[in-house]
Design a protein around this ligand. Structure first.
Ligand code: AMP
Ligand code: ZN
Length: 119
């Protein structure tokens, strides 16, 4: 069923506590933890606890939870001192855009100069 935990999903396992993560924020609907392979001084992933393969399917099925992800991403950025300095919020969507974990997640990236357009 949509939103249910998937046995083969890495981020569902993190939500369930079966795989460790460095959690920085948690709400009833979301979890934020540090990326294991950080691309910047701040690199935090914000995920819905419910399983959806990408941001588009999350937004279509549970728009309020999608909003929670955005709210938490902003709070992560604030916690990391990046509200004024700036940060980047990225949802890679689809293998062609570099998505490798098919559980929706926002990357909160900052703490260094960021190029635009991205690669
Ligand atoms: P994406 O390419 O958008 O699917 O991003 C997946 C991200 O998950 C990558 O930046 C990985 O470094 C990160 N990642 C993979 N495994 C873990 C893990 N066990 N804990 C934290 N981050 C992870
Ligand atoms: Zn999942």
């Amino acid at each position: 069923m949509a939103g249910e935990p998937q046995a083969d999903c890495l981020f569902c396992k993190i939500v369930e506590g079966k795989i460790p993560a460095t959690v920085v924020r948690e709400t009833a609907t979301t979890l934020a933890f540090r990326d294991i392979n950080p691309q910047a001084p701040t690199h935090v992933l914000v995920i819905p606890k419910a399983h959806y393969p990408d941001a588009a399917s999350l937004a279509a099925a549970e728009p309020l939870v999608a909003a929670d992800v955005l709210t938490e991403a902003a709070l992560v950025a604030a916690d990391e001192g990046l509200s004024e300095r700036g940060h980047r919020l990225v949802f890679n969507t689809g293998a062609g855009a570099g998505q490798v974990v098919f559980h929706a997640h926002a990357h909160v990236i900052g703490g260094r100069g960021l190029q635009w357009p991205p690669g």
